[in-house]
Design a protein. Structure first.
Length: 142
C-alpha cells in the first residue's frame, strides 16, 4: 500500500509539472514602422494595470533599430493579461523623449493599436490575453 501511494504522488507531481509547463509560451512582438537605423527599439511588457505604461516593467527587451520591422521575443511567458509599449530610442539615452508639453517626440506604439488621446492609453485599451501558447503581437510605431 505504501508503494502505491508513492507512485500516485509521483504521477500527480508529474501531471502538475506538465500542466505548469503548458501555461508558459513564447510571445513574439513585431514592431512595425521603425524609422531608420538610429538608436534602439525598446519594448516593455506590462501585466499590471496600475503600472502601465509608466511603472516598472514585467519584462523588457531592447534591439538595434532597423528600417521597417524589428522582432523581439519574450520566452517562457506565463499565461495572463498583458499590454505592450514600444518606442524607437533614436538617441540611445534610454528614455522616451518628450517635448516641453510632454508629447513624445520619438516613434511610439502600443499593443492593440491603442493611442494617446489626452494622455497615455489605459491598460484595458492595450490589453491582450496570452493563454500560454506561442503568439505574435504587432505594434506599429507612429
Amino acid at each position: 500500500m505504501q508503494r502505491k501511494i508513492s507512485l500516485m504522488q509521483c504521477a500527480a507531481a508529474l501531471l502538475a509539472c506538465a500542466a505548469g509547463a503548458a501555461s508558459a509560451g513564447d510571445l513574439k512582438v513585431v514592431v512595425r514602422n521603425v524609422q531608420g537605423s538610429e538608436g534602439t527599439v525598446r519594448v516593455g511588457l506590462f501585466n499590471n494595470a496600475g503600472e502601465f505604461p509608466k511603472g516598472p516593467l514585467f519584462r523588457g527587451q531592447e534591439q538595434a533599430a532597423a528600417p521597417g520591422e524589428v522582432v523581439v521575443m519574450f520566452k517562457d511567458l506565463p499565461a495572463g493579461d498583458y499590454a505592450i509599449i514600444a518606442y524607437q530610442d533614436r538617441n540611445g539615452n534610454g528614455d522616451l523623449d518628450k517635448n516641453v508639453i510632454g508629447i513624445p517626440v520619438e516613434p511610439l506604439g502600443f499593443s492593440r493599436g491603442a493611442w494617446i488621446t489626452s494622455g497615455p492609453p489605459a491598460f484595458g485599451e492595450a490589453k491582450f490575453s496570452f493563454d500560454g501558447a506561442s503568439q505574435t503581437q504587432a505594434v506599429g510605431l507612429r
